[in-house]
Each structure stands twice: as structure tokens, then as C-alpha cells.
Design a protein around this ligand. Structure first.
Ligand code: S3P
Length: 422
């Protein structure tokens, strides 16, 4: 798999704040991470691409320079939210903008804590563009996240690098901890506790300075998920995915696939830049062995760890005897598209019986999907989920705007063709 998108964003931004040059190999090929690199270049960071990945010449925690133009984050929420955390600690004004989808996404969740730290942020009623008036010395805060979001947590921790004292983020449900791990890799002390509800926290002490380090980015487990689902559901498949990231905050999908009775195993083999890396093996069976009349339910605290895989799980659900019900997933409506609506529409077009809720959906039991024309809404995860549905379906599935897969995974269709037997 190409390099993990979430980890690549963090590696690039943290390398940009380090002193010295960091080599980042297996850097994500995604458009989202390319947007992060372009924004960093506009902030005066030198980025050199080589066959292995990128070299980032860090400017130090206070060394970025004012951009001449607004910074275009493209489709990438992670770029915008994390960079906002970086920019509040810089003594200049900068504007972050993006494409139509990104300009409709909620940003109040970062504006509130970053303003508490002393920055001024102008927005379009809580949405981008964001004009950030930063300052070199921020106030540390102790902040409990109202929405479970690794992006918000990361924005605050990155801002905390420029605060005078300890900045602490408390979360009710633990979210992916790539920022904490990457900061530690660069030598920044991060305190972290994954404890029972209400006591999960991560904190940094500012002002911090740190040196460059080389990074090897593990393969992207969220990109692997589409291959895993396809292989698990297509009889006779045998697929092994190597060098893939197995961060505990990202592998809930593997556990669900296993619980459904599908044939999967995975094994951590080593650590790369504080991230567990290993192998996943999947074998195809006719369909899930799990046989039940009631839908398989995913809700509550389990949503956070599966957030990017929920449309794919809905597709898998159409192959389970009892179907699947996904609740407490309102966040899914404010991703790159309204993923609840897009998934419901796509599965209905393919003949599945689907009920839509404010906070999720229910897909009725095992359905022989029919090929259909699917509107991806320009959302990479919708396009890839329905490519998997298309493999399971009878007849041709046509995905509109399918090139949007490049947002996270430009190689997707080529790689899929290379492993699917015709
Ligand atoms: C991400 C966090 C998640 C996820 C997104 C990437 C990250 O978003 O959906 O694809 O890299 O931190 P939220 O933090 O908004 O839940």
C-alpha cells in the first residue's frame, strides 16, 4: 500500500517545524498530502521530491514565513485543521481555503480552542476560508473535546508547541494518536493516557524546539480496507498485504471483519517511527459465516475507530444475513460528502433495502447487488466503497467522478485491476 495519509500529513508538518532536514520515505501519494506539501512550500519550507519520498527542510517551530497567497488545502480537512494549529503559533496572518466540499465543512471545532489559546480566526460563519492571525506566544489550555476528532486534537497539540506551558486535550473516546507518536519520534515529550472514559488525554509542553528526523511511513490501512473487504467477500481470494500500518486506533475494521466470521488475520511485526507495522492476510469465503436475523450493529464509542470505513461496512452489510445497522454516526454527514446520504443512495441504486436515519443507516440482509450507475459525489471513500460493491454485483457498475480516488489513493484502480482475476 502507498504510505498512510494521516501519518504523512503529520510527518510533513512536524518535519517543517523541526530544525534541519528530514527525509520522509513512502510518503503518501494522495492529493491531500500533496496539498499539505504545497501549503508548507508557500510558508517558506523547502520540499524536494525524490524516488523514495520527500525531503523537508524544517524552519523551526517559529520559522515559517507569511504566505503571499491564500493556502489552498484542496479537499483535505486534515491539511486545513492541522495547519490551522501550526499557523496560530506563527507571528503573521494567513488564509486557509479549499475546494467546494472543504469550504462547506465545520471549522468551529478548531476555531474555539485555538482562539482560547490567543489566536484570532476569521471564518465564514464557522466554515472556511479561515484567516488566522497567529502569535508567537500562545496560552496553554486544558481542553475537553466536544466532538471526538483526531484532527481537532492534533490542531490543539500542534498549537501547544508554541504555548508557554502544558497544553492538554482530554477526549471521551480515544481517537487515532498519530500526532502524539510522530511528535515523540521527533523528540518532543508527549504525555498520553488511554484510560477509561473521560480520562484519555494527551499533552505537550511548550514552547518546544526539536531536530529533524527521517521517517518511514507505513502503508495505509484505510486504503487497504477496500482490498481486504473485496478479498474477504470474493470466494477463492487469497490476499496478503505487507508493511501496512497497524496503529490500534486504525484497526477496528480488521476486528469487525474477523467478528463477522470472515477469514482474516493480522500480525504486528515491527515499529516504524513509533507506529506498529505488519501484515494482513485475507481469504475469500462465499459470504460472512455469521448468520443472524438481526442486523450487525455498530454504534456508540465504536464509531470513532471505524469512521472512514463506515461506507465500506455498509457495503459489506449488504452481504450479511441480518444486514447491518450503523448509528451514532452523524459525523459521517460532514465528511468530504454527506456519506450517509451517498451510501444510502448508492446501495439503493444497486438493489439493497436501506433505511436512512439522521445518525446512520440500516442495510437489509443479504442482497444480490445489481450493477448500477453510482454518484460518488466526488468523495474518494464513496467511489472506492462502490468499486468493491461493483465487484460483488451482477452486471456493470459505473462510478461517476471515479478519478476522485486520487484524493487518498491515486493507484486504486490500477492496483485493483492487478489483483482481480478477470
Ligand atoms: C483523520 C481523522 C478523521 C478521519 C480523517 C483523517 C486524521 O477525521 O475521518 O479521514 O488524519 O486525523 P476527524 O478527526 O474529523 O474525525
Amino acid at each position: 500500500m502507498p504510505g498512510d495519509k494521516s501519518i504523512s500529513h503529520r510527518a510533513a508538518m512536524i518535519a517543517a517545524l523541526a530544525n534541519g532536514t528530514s527525509g520522509i520515505s513512502n510518503f503518501s501519494t494522495s492529493q491531500d498530502c500533496a496539498a499539505t506539501l504545497c501549503c508548507l512550500e508557500q510558508l517558506g519550507v523547502s520540499v524536494v521530491h525524490n524516488s523514495d519520498g520527500v525531503m523537508v527542510q524544517g524552519a523551526g517551530t517559529r520559522g515559517l514565513s507569511a504566505p503571499k497567497e491564500p493556502l489552498d488545502c484542496g479537499n483535505s480537512g486534515t491539511t486545513m485543521r492541522l495547519l490551522a494549529g501550526v499557523l496560530v503559533g506563527q507571528d503573521f496572518e494567513a488564509t486557509l481555503t479549499g475546494d467546494e466540499s472543504l469550504r462547506s465543512r465545520p471549522m468551529q471545532r478548531i476555531i474555539e480552542p485555538l482562539e482560547m489559546m490567543g489566536a484570532q480566526i476569521l471564518s465564514n460563519d464557522g466554515r472556511p476560508p479561515l484567516t488566522i492571525r497567529g502569535r508567537n506566544s500562545l496560552r496553554p489550555i486544558d481542553y475537553e473535546l466536544p466532538v471526538a476528532s483526531a484532527q481537532v486534537k492534533s490542531a490543539i497539540l500542534l498549537a501547544g508547541l508554541s504555548a508557554g506551558g502544558q497544553t492538554k486535550v482530554v477526549e471521551q473516546t480515544p481517537t487515532r494518536d498519530h500526532t502524539e507518536r510522530m511528535l515523540r519520534w521527533f523528540g518532543v515529550a508527549v504525555e498520553q493516557e488511554d484510560a477509561p472514559r473521560d480520562h484519555n488525554f494527551a499533552s505537550v509542553n511548550g514552547p518546544a524546539t526539536f531536530d529533524a528526523r527521517d521517517v518511514e511511513v507505513p502503508g495505509d490501512i484505510s486504503s487497504a480496507a477496500y482490498f481486504i473487504a473485496a478479498a474477504a467477500l470474493l470466494e477463492g481470494s487469497l490476499l496478503e498485504i505487507v508493511n501496512v500500518g497497524l496503529n490500534p486506533g486504525r484497526i477496528a475494521f480488521l476486528s469487525v471483519v474477523e467478528s463477522l466470521g470472515l477469514t482474516i488475520n493480522w500480525e504486528g511485526q515491527r515499529e516504524e517511527c513509533n507506529e506498529p507495522v505488519g501484515v494482513v492476510r485475507v481469504e475469500g469465503s462465499h459470504a460472512a459465516k455469521e448468520s443472524a436475523d438481526t442486523p450487525w450493529t455498530i454504534d456508540g464509542d465504536r464509531i470513532v475507530g471505524l469512521i472512514d470505513e463506515l461506507p465500506l461496512l455498509a457495503v459489506i452489510g449488504s452481504q450479511l444475513d441480518g444486514g447491518i445497522e450503523i448509528r451514532d454516526a452523524r459525523e459521517l454527514r460532514v465528511k468530504e460528502s454527506d456519506r450517509v446520504a451517498a451510501t444510502v443512495a448508492g446501495l439503493r441504486a444497486m438493489g439493497a433495502d436501506v433505511e436512512e436515519f439522521d445518525d446512520g443507516l440500516r442495510v437489509g440482509g443479504r442482497t444480490r447487488l445489481r450493477g448500477a450507475r453510482i454518484d460518488s459525489r466526488g468523495d474518494h471513500r464513496i467511489a472506492m466503497s462502490f468499486a468493491v460493491a461493483g465487484l460483488l454485483a451482477e452486471g456493470v457498475t459505473q462510478i461517476e467522478d471515479a478519478e476522485c480516488v486520487s484524493v487518498s489513493f491515486p493507484e486504486f484502480f490500477e492496483l485493483l485491476e492487478s489483483v482481480v482475476e478477470k
